[in-house]
Design a binder for this molecule. Sequence first.
Ligand code: ATP
Ligand code: MG
Length: 641
Amino acid sequence: MTSSSNPGHNPQSRYADFHRRSIGDPEGFWRDEARRIHWETPFDTVLDRSRPPFARWFTGGRTNLCHNAVDRHLAERPQQNALVYVSTETGIERRYTYADLHAEVNRMAAVMRSLGVKRGDRVLIYLPMIPEAVFAVLACARLGAIHSVVFGGFAAPNLAARIDDAKPVLVVTADAGARAGKVIDYTPLVDEALARSKHQPARVLLIDRNLAPERLSAPYLVAYEPLREQFFDAHVPCEWLESNEPSYVLYTSGTTGRPKGVQRDVGGYAVALAASMAYIYEGRAGDTMFTASDIGWVVGHSYIIYAPLIAGLTTVMYEGTPVRPDGGIWWRLVEQHRINLMFTAPTAIRVLKKQDPALMRAADLSSLRTLFLAGEPLDEPTAEWVGSALGKPVVDNYWQTETGWPMLAIQRGIEALPPKLGSPGVPVYGYDLTLRNELTGEPCAPGEKGVITLAYPLPPGCMQTVWGDDERFVKTYWSSVPGVQVYSTFDWGVQDEDGYVTILGRTDDVINVAGHRLGTREIEEALSGHAAVAEVAVVGVTDAIKGQVARAFVVLREADRYADPASRAKLEQELTATVDRQLGAIARPARVHVVSLLPKTRSGKLLRRAIAALAEGRDPGDLPTIEDPSALQQVRAALEE
Ligand code: ATP
Ligand code: MG
């Protein structure tokens, strides 16, 4: 391998070669990758481009996600653990070999079938992090039913909206979830959602964890346990689906507005995930992967359930927080289960960073090869801290619910390009990614900021359409950049000479100060470099003179040290000076507000739009996915100070 200062664009780099082929000859490239999965019937066409911007992958091919994730491994690894379940909420730990998983999925599929679930029907899964959630997802895949997992704990109106959009024949739920020692009753939420929704499912299947009294009054309620007994020895064959039949609908996390039902296919998704395990995550059959996310999010769909199982790994499913019983729990899991790959969000690492470092050092982390992080920007101090504390590669990867798997990453399975702090890396094979000026649609020069776009066709595994609304798919995603029909990520970034992209924020978070366009992320990054800052959110607020000004909301590491007004004022000065130094006075926040909590979604994403609304004296609107509504009160109080 030649060394070069220009690895991403170096025509001789193995990565560049690989990426070039995936874009220049997608048919040839993906035909080869399709060998990673089982096809019951081979496909006739790799890519059907007859109706852009819609793309159909592997048309005519028949396969099944459950077969690829479970049945296919029975010959070679029946006694290997497929699923290891750990709950620090209930103290329960369970292990399922591939043979066990096969049996449980068959039982669940037989139960669903007995309740009338057929190919093409929707099943809404509203479950906490319990093994039955994995069985239910895979049972749907087995039957050819379309699952729609709704994050457990969403309020009744949000659940009702999703029921009305997906129109499920069956809802699968549990008596309760548990979080940080608190039991959250699910059945009253489901009851209320069904009272609100126009659509009524034929049945509600209840998994009883014995955590809460069952208050579900629905006459169509059925208990899982007796049915499971009844179908204990059932065998339900896999439905062989055409590659483009839908496998699931998953709603985006709603950071920016009304959630969109992202619809995904079967064959393309299986192939894309299998390839990503080789080229991005370097997970091999027999390895153990711990993805600390939730099955309600896309990371959970792709990297708790489908990808690790398709590739023959052991997947670790965890119910609990990273700090209970103490901040060493995840590291002990790595030691106990000999975890090789770990995947979480930067927000979790920021939480762990505040814990006693001895907790990490006490665990034997020798099995761990790589830590993957995704979901929001990985700030440099956090990246540096975790990289050096672990002494293992940390791989930031950038993607969306819509894409289903990474768009930007260092693809170590192809070539271990050197990471650059603050950047998730270079475009992933299959993605024809270009930064474009949002006003002209022209491609940006290196160093020039623009919106991150993808050219047609999106690679396998990406969203097929918005559920039930092709027009919304075209209008929302393919019509926002002038002059060209490209897919917009609605994220803003900048690409350097070497091809590395840095995410600067969402396009609607871009601030315009006296004609200068700034990403909120740039200012946040500058502020988070200050030792006193634990977390920060920057928003643009209307200003009569400058158009907009930046305002920063910071969470301090040791808030007590800055309690008196004098040291607070001094700190504010230091912080604005930091921004001046790094970005220039134009980016300087008009105010720095101190809060002890920032409003975030349950998936750990900052709700910048809500903060901006409060700062402008507007109503932040409906925030269904907010983690802790008291954070809004904190912002209000800080603004009044
Ligand atoms: P909605 O689309 O409903 O507003 P959402 O965009 O928050 O919700 P997701 O699909 O879960 O829902 O999040 C994807 C977004 O998260 C990306 O578009 C990007 O803004 C951000 N993101 C994901 N990974 C990274 C990363 N590695 N670095 C920076 N930002 C990231
Ligand atoms: Mg989004």
